[in-house]
Design a protein around this ligand. Structure first.
Ligand code: GLN
Length: 525
């Protein structure tokens, strides 16, 4: 019996089941028609007549039959354009559907439209989209005049800002996003919704336009853990079209451990839904960074106290290599991106410059016109770190740091990472089931504060480009480790009333467990 089984933690099968969201796809369409002009959460919306006929009778017995689901605009869909928020693909419609699209359709979901996003997933504020910025709907929901003063408009977060805003505005029940370094978790925190990044390889990436292959995951945004779990249950499957998909055998192996765990629990006295005794939560010291705002810190501290009151054991833990995560992430992600984006050459698909008289200028002119400034900057940086000399001085150390970060996680989790040898450096009593950290360093900043200095009218408020990268400091470690992580809306700023999200991180493969713990935590909030 593994160490996990000794603990008194239960998966939600033993809990009283609660129903899924009752939002209908027609409600969602009405909300989109009424508010998308203001919020800019969708780049395209499915026609009402098409939706009426869509997948009828296909998924009668599935939990997501008729569920209104939106897709980030980097999932290939044959019935709506796939722009990736880029001028490069503004007229592109994919000839095929992503695997997740097939699975959702087979289960009877209504695919309501495509969500706005930072160009090719690059950004933390959803201000780098060819379709314009997504606006944070938090205040607008209770005060329609809230978006009238441009200087006060806050970002929705990126890069899946359209999905987070759409969920917050009841324009869909669940939005699929992609999370490479936090793109689902950060916008969820800024918009006050739940944002879940599964373990790397749980959900097929076939048909998801790549940003950084070794980090990209399909993420889910929703208002309740139940809604997210229901959709996750449909799309988390092995896919032979994705070579990085977790093999069925390994999925089964982890599930067996989780089942054994539930079985063990059922033999002990059943807890109330509120009870968290037996759950061991780690608080990593290294996440107390200088940039953390006091309001986020307060929410973190208050939540720690409340979870302790509900019976959880709280342990302070150390993940000493966390400080390398942000630079390592930006080196690895940009190196991979520079190589991925080489396919947009004006020859095969997407935009082609009319301004190229000689064939060797097609490539340069097409890319200069098609990519926005942030994507161009990242292609240059990514190409640079792969050149001789810089490869040795930057790229290799970043890969080494990534391995050390994974080792840190494996050292402190009770569950074994099935991709590595068991780590016995710490006694079991010092290990944890999950980690609790903030999801962001602050509440949503204004669009003005987030613009790079060269694009901002108010230079005193804007930041240098690399300063914006610090917003990802809480989310990138789990991405480098391929670990499941979820943002839960657990607080509100006392200064501006905007939402604050905290992040739970679990061991690789223990996605069901993480969702179930999250559900239980949210039952009181
Ligand atoms: N903000 C991070 C970046 O720009 C993460 C983006 C993402 O997860 N797609 O790279």
């Amino acid at each position: 019996m593994s160490s996990l089984l000794r603990t008194r933690v239960v998966l939600n099968k033993a809990w009283k089941p609660r129903s899924l969201s009752t939002l209908t796809w027609t409600d969602c369409l009405d909300n989109i028609y009424a508010h998308n002009d203001k919020i800019n959460a969708f780049t395209s919306v499915q026609d009402k007549n098409v939706l009426e006929k869509m997948n009828n009778n296909l998924g009668k017995d599935t939990p997501i039959n008729d569920l209104p689901i939106a897709l980030k605009d980097n999932f290939c869909t044959s019935s709506l354009p796939t722009t990736c928020g880029s001028a490069m693909l503004k007229d592109f419609t994919s000839p095929y559907d992503a695997t997740v699209v097939h699975l959702l359709q087979k289960a009877g979901a209504k695919l309501i439209g495509k969500n706005n996003m930072d160009e090719f997933g690059m950004g933390s504020a959803n201000i780098f989209s060819n379709a314009g910025a997504v606006k944070n709907p938090w205040e607008y929901k209770s005060n329609p005049a809230a978006l009238d003063d441009p200087s006060q408009i806050r970002v929705a977060g990126g890069s899946s800002g359209g999905g987070a805003a759409a969920v917050a505005m009841d324009m869909c029940t669940v939005a699929l996003g992609s999370d490479t370094g936090g793109s689902v978790r950060l916008p969820a925190a800024y918009c006050g919704v739940i944002g879940y990044k599964p373990s790397y390889g749980q959900i097929s990436r076939n048909g998801l336009v790549a940003y950084a292959n070794s980090l990209d995951t399909v993420g889910l945004l929703g208002r309740s853990v139940q809604d997210i779990s229901a959709v996750y249950g449909v799309i988390a499957q092995y896919d032979e079209k994705d070579p990085t998909s977790i093999p069925s055998e390994l999925r089964k192996q982890i599930l067996e451990q989780e089942k054994e765990w539930i079985q063990n629990w059922k033999t002990s006295s059943p807890p109330t839904n509120d009870d968290l005794s037996g759950l061991c939560i780690g608080i990593p010291n290294e996440y107390y960074v200088d940039q953390l705002s006091t309001e986020v810190l307060d929410t973190w501290r208050r939540t720690i106290r409340s979870l302790r009151d509900r019976g959880a054991t709280i342990i302070s833990v150390s993940l000493p290599h966390t400080k390398y995560a942000l630079p390592a992430y930006y080196i690895i992600a940009l190196a991979e991106a520079s190589s991925n984006l080489a396919r947009f050459d004006g020859v095969r698909y997407g935009h082609r410059s009319n301004d190229a008289l000689e064939s060797d200028l097609i490539y340069a002119n097409t890319r200069a016109e098609g990519f926005g400034p942030e994507v161009q900057r990242r292609i240059l940086l990514g190409t640079h770190v792969l050149t001789a000399g810089t490869y040795e001085s930057h790229f290799l150390p970043a890969q080494q740091a990534r391995r050390l970060i994974v080792d840190d996680f494996n050292r402190i989790f009770l569950a074994k990472n099935e991709l590595y040898e068991k780590d016995n450096r710490l006694p079991e009593t010092e290990k944890v089931h999950v980690l609790l950290t903030p999801s962001s360093i602050s509440t949503a900043p204004t669009i003005q504060e987030s613009l790079p200095r060269e694009q901002s009218c108010d230079k005193s408020k804007s930041k240098r480009v690399v300063e914006a990268y610090v917003n990802d400091v809480m989310t990138v470690p789990a991405s480098l480790g391929g670990l499941p992580a979820i943002t839960l809306p657990l607080g509100q700023s006392s200064k501006n009333g905007y939402p604050i999200g905290l992040q739970l991180i679990g061991q690789y493969g223990y996605d069901r467990f993480l969702l179930d713990i999250s559900d239980r935590i949210m039952q009181r909030n």
